[in-house]
Design a protein around this ligand. Sequence first.
Ligand code: GRF
Length: 188
Amino acid sequence: MKNIVVLVSGGGTNLQRIIDTIKSNEIVNAQVSLVVADRDCYGLQRAENEGIKNKMIPRGKNFCELLEKEIPENTDLIVLAGFLSIMTQDFCQKFEGKIINIHPALLPKFGGKGMWGMHVHNAVIAAEEKTSGATVHFVTAGVDEGEIILQGKVDISENDTPESLAEKIHSVEYDIFPKAINIVLQNK
Ligand code: GRF
């Protein structure tokens, strides 16, 4: 059984999707052993509702140091699912190849510091892109620069707004995230 730690900062619908696809065996032979949030958010409540151990470590300078102490020894994968703090170089090195993130655009486009949440979708619409999507990638010290595991695309129509695009991309995320988690876990 593979052990996954999930990090969240928000509503946690991707966390819920991970939990649900473990139950339905779309993610094979795994469990979420811990959920950590860097602020109060509904993601923590989702963990609580599912009987999953959860913890809030306030965001800030020593977040990664405190987090490291909480990561169980037997952890196979750390999944950033709508997580907003930037991981330190030390943390990224320590868990190299074991941390993945989901980003709501087709990296390497529309990534990097400041490109999160609606900022991404606003920028994509302003640039009059014809496609966008979601990317699951390994986390390295360079923000959104790690190796890409899986991407899913959506077409952007003339009527799309940042909000409608965000919604379309969320459904792509629900499709590719469990698949990417399987890919990474099976290579371990
Ligand atoms: C997702 O769009 C993800 O790509 C981004 O943050 C959002 C999280 O949504 N990193 P949720 O909290 O899983 O609903």
